[in-house]
Design a protein around this ligand. Structure first.
Ligand code: AMP
Ligand code: MG
Length: 491
């Protein structure tokens, strides 16, 4: 550390500090990336690298070796993090089985971000897994996370994908790849569950202090910082899930190990966007009972937060009897917070600047009509003001005509001009989302070595609120595509 507390910059522009590895040792294990023989770069996020203050020339000269784990930046201290998690409701001890944290980079704006390699080989938490990843799933995470960022959703980011030059054995042989993931941190609900489950109060307390200091520093002066932490995480998740719900995003595997304490969307496995609107939409091949269906996400968020509160109980009061009502009171705020964030955003999607008691019914009636006619979630909102582009089925419904009359009356009761209403709607209704058929199309070519369509699509979804150069990014899939579409965890 230099005297200004800013770590020294290495030849890649990284300024590593490794504060997580100063936590009690039960929370992590040292883990070195596998030495792949012949790694090569597939994609690099130059724009993001610049924002992080990295030395792109230095990275290039070294042939991007730090992104495959072949070269460990000088001040990095690679570890795998321990965590547990409820996976589809069942509790398991997990940990980073196919991810290695190089350390925390301090960006020029003083933000501390985790730099993690996903798919860089086995760790002490890999159990029977190989710690490896295939190119398709890593490029999928790259695409989806960058799309979410562009849509304005808190999310982990993607810095690079490298081919390892080696084969990964799954149901079929895949090209091995490593994703460099950047996150506010990788502290999960499951990290707290792990500390609580091993009954290590020192570790739990240290983790809570660390989290407060790193993500919610204002709480350091809170009279009861652990209660403050619980409230802050509840608030961050309510806000995050409301964003997913206003955009049609289905995470797909909202296990507690995949819920970030910093409130970022994390672990892009089987995620997908809703096209024809239905709250029941599930794409993940492993979500047989629809636990993480689109419309269930707010409820599952609350379920996960309840597990978080349980793990904090020993810190909330002297006895469990005293702690439970405190936790319950915090959890009871979730629904109100979630609904508030959601309705606020939905108001903007239909052009409302202020609030009236009937707004909830207005929004719900529209969703009901969209559900009835299987209307496209994204395009219905983006075409709402321009109804000649709406689906014929919706337009033919007298109920929808009635809804439009009520909506126009509602719009006329506010002071803003039509242009202002249009601008508000345009800012909250994306035109381009990573639609399933488009994602699969570009990934299929990318794994065969043709990255051109991937880059073109990435460019379009990086500006989701602008009309794309190519019209095809605006269109839904052909009838039936989604009905049989399945996503996979990529493990
Ligand atoms: P995920 O479904 O990606 O959230 O992963 C759930 C758990 O399985 C995490 O603890 C992962 O680290 C672990 N895991 C997933 N894939 C692998 C793999 N190929 N090798 C070892 N561990 C894995
Ligand atoms: Mg995970």
């Amino acid at each position: 550390m230099t005297s200004s507390n800013q770590p020294a910059q290495d030849k890649f522009g990284f300024c590593f500090d490794n504060s997580y590895s100063r936590l009690p040792g039960v929370l992590f294990a040292r883990a070195n990336p596998q030495q792949f023989r012949n790694p090569s770069l597939v994609i690099f996020n130059q724009h993001f690298a610049n924002a992080l203050g990295l030395n792109v020339d230095g990275l290039k000269t070294a042939r991007w070796t730090c992104f495959s784990g072949r070269e460990i930046p000088e001040a990095a201290l690679p570890i795998a993090q321990a965590y547990a998690g409820h996976q589809f409701g069942g509790f398991n001890n997990l940990g980073d089985g196919r991810a290695i944290l190089l350390g925390e980079h301090i960006a020029p704006n003083h933000q501390r971000v985790d730099i993690q390699l996903k798919g860089a080989g086995a760790t002490p938490y890999s159990r029977s897994g190989d710690g490896l990843a295939g190119l398709g799933p890593m490029l999928r995470e790259y695409l989806m996370s960058e799309a979410m960022h562009a849509l304005g959703v808190p999310t982990t980011r993607s810095l690079a994908v490298m081919l390892t030059g080696e084969v990964v054995y799954r149901a079929e042989q895949l090209s091995g790849a490593v994703l460099t993931r950047v996150a506010a941190s990788h502290i999960r609900v499951g990290t707290f569950q792990y500390a609580a489950a091993i009954d290590d109060m020192d570790a739990l307390k240290a983790l809570a202090h660390y989290t407060i200091n790193r993500h919610y520093p204002a709480l350091e002066n809170h009279p009861q910082p652990y209660i403050g932490l619980l409230e802050a995480v509840i608030d961050a998740q309510a806000a995050l899930i409301a964003k997913w719900m206003q955009l049609g995003f289905i995470h797909g595997v909202m296990n507690t190990d995949n819920m970030s304490i910093a409130g970022e969307t994390i672990d892009y496995g089987p995620c997908a966007f809703v096209n024809a609107y239905s709250p029941k939409t599930v794409f993940s091949s492993i979500d047989k009972n629809g636990r993480y269906a689109f419309g269930n996400q707010p409820t599952m968020g609350e379920w996960n937060l309840t597990r978080f509160a349980e793990s904090l109980l020993p810190l909330l009061a002297e006895t469990q009897e005293e702690a439970i009502p405190i936790a319950t009171e915090c959890l009871n705020q979730y629904q109100t917070k979630y609904r508030g964030y959601w309705l606020n955003a939905m108001r903007k999607k239909v052009g409302l600047f202020n609030s009236e008691p009937s707004d909830l019914a207005l929004v719900e009636d529209l969703l009901m009509l969209m559900y009835k006619h299987q209307a496209d979630f994204t395009n219905t909102f983006s075409h709402l003001a321009n109804s000649n582009q709406l689906s014929a089925a919706l337009m033919a419904d007298g109920g929808f005509k009635n809804w439009q009359i009520i909506w126009h009356e509602r719009l006329s009761r506010q002071d803003q001009t039509a242009a202002e209403v249009a601008a508000l709607m345009e800012g909250h209704n994306p035109l381009v989302i990573p639609r399933n058929h488009l994602v699969e199309g570009v990934l299929e070519l990318a794994v065969q070595g043709d990255m051109e369509p991937f880059h073109e699509f990435l460019e379009a979804i990086s500006k989701p609120y602008q009309t794309p150069k190519n019209e095809k990014y605006l269109q839904g899939a052909s009838a039936g595509f989604d009905a049989s579409y399945q996503t996979f965890c990529g493990t």
